[in-house]
Design a binder for this molecule. Structure first.
Ligand code: COA
Length: 163
């Protein structure tokens, strides 16, 4: 368990599933909805379910961590460390812009460095491109990420570690 000044990062357990689903749905409907069309948000939300998170948690090669502030979950991240990829990083809209995203990112980066990764890749939402650029990522290309019937614009980004 890692402690920062007033927050704590810990592994996700099955007891957290309901709160993760709630938080992720809040982030998509309040933050991502600012830059994506309603039909995209609708399909995106339809995929954020207890069942899906439960199934994804069974994949033991993917790490999930939560950022808690006074025992309240305010963020989470998901990353399959061996693949050198970040799947997602989400911070509660009420706590964005206060350094918590960077705290959780730095935690993940430390884990990648410990596993001797040389590079990290991710698909960034339109909302997070500037955030990742601040953290040293470079845009590789604009991609269309398939949801169900629609596709969403994202940016493939990467960061060389140790540079
Ligand atoms: C992207 C996200 C994780 C960033 O977390 P955050 O807690 O808001 O960001 P922080 O406060 O830690 O910001 C860290 C740095 O990035 C900068 N930054 C963060 N978001 C930014 C934005 N949208 N535009 C410009 N700069 C931004 C901050 O100014 C800060 O810079 P500094 O270190 O020089 O002070 C969060 O806003 C979020 O959950 N967004 C919606 C979900 C999402 O799309 N996630 C990405 C999935 S790939």
């Amino acid at each position: 368990m890692e402690k920062t000044i007033n927050s704590k990062i810990r592994k996700v357990t099955s007891k957290d599933i309901t709160n993760i689903v709630k938080l992720h749905r809040k982030v998509v409907s309040q933050t991502n909805a600012k830059l994506y069309e309603p039909n995209i948000i609708k399909e995106w939300l339809s995929q954020i379910t207890t069942e899906n998170v439960k199934n994804q948690l069974k994949v033991v090669t993917t790490s999930w961590y939560i950022l808690e502030l006074d025992s309240k979950i305010i963020g989470f991240c998901q990353f399959p460390i061996a693949k050198r990829i970040i799947y997602q990083l989400n911070i509660d809209p009420e706590y964005q812009g206060k350094g918590y995203g960077k705290t959780l990112y730095n935690f993940m980066e430390k884990k990648f460095i410990e596993s001797e990764a040389k590079e990290i890749e991710l698909n960034s939402t339109l909302n997070a491109v500037t955030f990742y650029e601040h953290l040293g990522f470079k845009i590789k290309q604009n991609i269309k990420y398939k949801l169900i019937d629609t596709e969403m614009d994202m940016f493939e980004m990467s960061k060389i570690l140790g540079s």
